[in-house]
Design a protein around this ligand. Structure first.
Ligand code: C6P
Length: 405
């Protein structure tokens, strides 16, 4: 991967922070945007701005085409059956909330929803709220000492009452990649639906919903070079057809009378109101960029960085690294420095222009499971390089000196 060339295409990466070269290692939170994405959004407002699915005029037709094309691009990117299986939401969180409401309509007293102990709050709280409303139970599959999913425990917790199994494909803290193909098969054997939170997977590896055979899959455009304010929910068309809408109002209806309404066809039944059209234009450009670069190349590059990063960080005395020692993991290094709070580590790094994230990363149950209050996390993407790993490691060494440990 020619990172020097790639970096020139991301204007923000030329920035300095505190007088130092900016080293952006918080890609699991959000990624930076290439010129193509910025240009696509700007061009939409400069040349095509109109509402979609409404006006019978050339401008609105162009905006509609562009908006629907973004659904087509997303469908191709994850190998979905077509545009009817791709719902645009605000973010992965909203995609999961949509499911907890709409798919959740069929949940009955005593039913069970199975999650894991490594989920992001976005894949916990909506199900807990559903369980409260329906008097159902939420169960959690265990994780192993080194942060892998205990698949036998998950299997053992699937019961005849299990209706939904919702798991992350890649942990946002540990980087653990879960065998979602297997989990999906186990869920289906029990007659349950399988939901995959792929927010940390789709940006980094080739995700194929046909191969996974999941029923639903959620992710966010902003974590894959795309704009903020755009989430994606993939759903099997026959299931989306059956489900009631989440939000109601304009565009999601076919007819409305004073007595009631009939729903539009999918996916529009789930997209009430004026959507993020400019965001959709930017998202198409992001998908184009990733396809051109090649997801296999991105994955190989991140694996190289991960290997180099883990090795270099392990050389620093007093640094504890979390996550699986064996088995697949994404380009995330979760760590703590003995005797220094992760917030303080992050602050010293910030002084050197090195941006990481520190805290509970919206996964408090996982933090309790690991037995820590917080973790410092460096996460990579296609534009990062080994020079940046060195800056991360030397700044961690500096943090140790600063705090006298
Ligand atoms: N994790 C992180 O720094 P939204 O915020 O809706 O785009 O994505 C939610 C979400 C869902 N699942 C997983 C596995 C995630 O990692 C995230 C977002 C960010 O780790 C922000 S907390």
């Amino acid at each position: 991967m020619d990172t020097a060339r790639i970096r020139k295409g991301f204007p923000i990466l030329a920035r300095k922070l505190n007088g130092k070269k900016m080293t952006y290692l918080d890609n699991a939170a959000t990624t930076q945007k290439p010129r193509q994405v910025i240009k696509a959004e700007r061009e939409f407002y400069e040349k095509r701005n109109a509402n979609v699915h409404r006006g019978l005029n050339a401008l609105s037709r162009e905006a509609t085409e562009l908006y629907e094309l973004a659904h087509e691009n997303a469908a191709r990117f994850i190998n979905a059956g077509g545009i009817e299986e791709i719902v645009f939401t605000k973010n992965a969180t909203e995609s999961l909330n949509l499911l907890a409401y709409s798919l959740g309509e069929n949940i009955r007293t005593g039913d069970e929803i199975l999650l894991t102990k490594m989920e992001h709050h976005a894949n916990i709280v909506p199900w807990q709220e559903l369980a409260k409303r329906k008097k159902a139970t939420v169960k959690y599959a265990d994780i192993t000492e080194d942060g892998r999913l205990d698949i036998e425990d998950l299997n053992g917790k699937i019961s005849p009452r299990t209706r939904i199994v919702s798991v992350t494909m890649a942990s946002n803290i540990l980087g653990t990649i879960n065998d979602v193909e297997k989990i999906s098969a186990l869920a289906h054997e029990a007659g349950a639906k399988c939901v995959v939170d792929a927010a940390q997977a789709v940006p980094h590896t080739k995700v194929d919903v046909e191969r996974i055979r999941c029923d639903f899959l959620a992710f966010s455009a902003h974590k894959m070079l795309g704009p903020t304010g755009l989430g994606i929910l993939y759903g099997k068309s026959e299931l989306l057809e059956e489900m009631p809408p989440f939000l109601t109002g304009g565009d999601m209806i076919s007819t409305v009378t004073l007595e009631g309404a009939e729903w539009n066809k999918i996916p529009w039944k789930f997209e009430a109101g004026t959507p993020n059209i400019a965001g959709a234009a930017g998202f198409s450009a992001a998908i184009g960029y990733l396809e051109k670069t090649g997801m296999e190349n991105i994955e190989t590059h991140e694996n190289k960085l991960l290997k180099a990063g883990l090795k270099r960080m392990a050389e620093i005395k007093g640094v504890e690294i979390y996550g699986p020692e064996k088995g697949p993991r994404t380009g995330i290094i979760p760590f703590n420095v003995d005797g220094v709070h992760p917030h303080d580590v992050s602050e010293v790094l910030d002084g050197n222009g090195v941006i990481i994230r520190a805290g509970n990363h919206c996964a408090q149950p996982l933090m309790r499971e690991i037995g820590v209050e917080g973790i410092a996390r460096a996460s990579f993407y296609l534009y990062n390089n080994t020079e940046e790993i060195e800056r991360l490691a030397s700044s961690v060494e500096e943090a140790k000196k600063t705090f006298g440990v």
